[in-house]
Design a protein around this ligand. Structure first.
Ligand code: PMP
Length: 441
């Protein structure tokens, strides 16, 4: 008997009782290779002694101090560490308890900046189709995941969505990657002009799309053109790196690979690595000073922001990523994963694309490789892959395609950065077995 809400109440989840390195251990002793870090969370695996010790020490020293009264050493240290990783001009960090909270805070920060910089008409948010920014109302409204939005549509503030930059399905025959990137970015300008540039507040995008499309990096030059458009019309660029940031794509911030900097960036997931719930919003010092000078402070807050124990965990995670250079493993391990997936699945008649960056990789399943026709979503292939993978002893993150056929079923992989070569091989073996079983089911 359970009194918990479960995601799939008719088949309650397995009971997890332990974790060791890249494995989760079930109550029956079965070991599951964590091929997706849950949902791109557990970047250091499940038994990192340094992070565990930091959490224990902070609980002993100071479990909680409300930010209405105090700051704390771990929160201050974390902000310093994050700013040290951020590009020039970034000066401030707002700590949260997770991804949706980070996105909500970023939206409100943008809006307050508009008011405090004398541009109160700027209120419209433009984001992208087939994106995900969280499940709270502001974040859900920003996301372009039609199925998740649908039941709550009457509660959501109005937002506008442009198509994603998704070369596998968007790039035309005969069009170069750079041409496609430019064309995809230019849809932002068209949307801004249609709305009236002076009414647009911000453009929000995942630097590398995660949950809805499956680790899709933008085409070359896309974000440089996006930055140009935002600058031209005085619009803030908010990059949501809740999933793709914190080193997941091989650089601490995924935007480092794009040659641009946003005005605001959100992170979460890998920042706490699953040891504590924590997220952060970083913004430029100029943006922060505009707000402080005009209204004294950012008008926002939650009880648990800057939680000392969560901040202590994140400090330890940052220490492991940066000082111990666990981050340096991501690019080579990601290439090894891409090679293993290509070896096992590259010729598979129902694998249309194997893609990603760093340890953020996906395979897209198609009914027909030549036409890229997705499987009928009613077949729920992604759910079958998940079940078969768990039977094989693999945690992965399959997602269904969209009803309009603009995205197919795919499986997202985001293993811990400490994954070994043997474990990469095991991941690819178990995934290909699971996909074959799901296709036969
Ligand atoms: N933004 C992105 C890009 C995400 O992938 C997610 C979670 N999958 C969120 C926001 C929401 O984060 P959380 O679930 O921690 O609220």
């Amino acid at each position: 008997m359970t009194h918990l809400f479960h995601r799939a109440p008719l088949s309650p989840p397995l009971l997890a009782t332990g974790g060791e390195g890249c494995f989760l251990i079930g109550a029956d002793g079965k070991r599951y290779l964590d091929g997706s870090g849950g949902a791109a969370v557990s970047c250091l695996g499940h038994s990192d002694d340094t992070v565990k010790a930091a959490v224990h020490a902070q609980i002993d020293a100071l479990p909680f101090a409300h930010t209405g009264f105090f700051t704390s050493a771990p929160a201050e240290a974390l902000a310093e560490k994050l700013i040290a990783q951020a590009p020039e001009g970034f000066g401030r960090v707002y700590l949260t308890s997770g991804g949706s909270e980070s996105v909500e805070a970023a939206l409100k920060l943008a809006r307050q900046w508009a008011i405090d910089s004398g541009q109160p008409d700027r209120r419209r948010i433009i984001a992208r189709d087939q994106s995900y920014h969280g499940n709270t109302l502001g974040a859900l409204a920003t996301g372009g995941n039609a199925a998740r939005r649908a039941p709550f549509a009457p509660l959501l503030p109005e937002t506008w969505h442009i198509p994603p930059c998704y070369a596998y399905r968007g790039q035309d025959n005969g069009e170069s990657e750079a041409e496609y990137g430019r064309r995809a970015a230019d849809t932002l300008e068209a949307q801004i002009l249609a709305l009236g540039p002076e009414t647009v507040l911000a453009f929000v995008a995942e630097t590398v799309v995660g949950a809805t499309l499956g680790s899709v990096p933008a085409a070359q030059g896309y974000f440089r053109r996006i930055r140009e458009i935002c600058d031209q019309y005085g619009i803030l660029l908010i990059l949501d790196e809740v999933m793709c940031g914190s080193g997941r794509c091989g650089t601490f911030f995924a935007f480092e690979a794009e040659g641009i900097t946003p005005d605001i960036v959100t992170i979460a997931k890998g920042l706490g690595a699953g040891y504590q719930p924590i997220g952060a919003v970083l913004c430029t010092e100029a943006l922060y000073q505009t707000i402080v000078n005009a209204s004294g402070a950012f008008q926002h807050g939650h009880t648990y922001i800057g939680h000392p124990v969560a901040a202590a965990a994140a400090n330890a995670v940052m220490g492991r990523l940066i000082d111990d250079d666990v981050l340096g493993r991501v690019i080579p391990a990601g290439e090894a994963l891409q090679a293993a997936l290509t070896d096992r699945l590259g010729q598979h008649p129902h694998i249309g694309d194997i893609r990603g960056r760093g340890l953020f990789r996906s395979v897209e399943l198609v009914a027909d490789r030549d036409t890229k026709t997705p499987f009928d979503p009613a077949r729920k292939l992604h759910a079958k892959v998940k079940t078969a993978a768990m039977e094989e002893g693999l945690v992965c993150y399959p997602m269904g395609g969209t009803a309009d056929g603009k995205a197919g079923d795919h499986v997202l992989l985001a293993p811990p950065y400490i994954i070994s070569e043997d474990e990469i091989g095991m991941l690819a073996d178990r995934l290909s077995a699971a996909i074959d079983r799901a296709l036969d089911a």
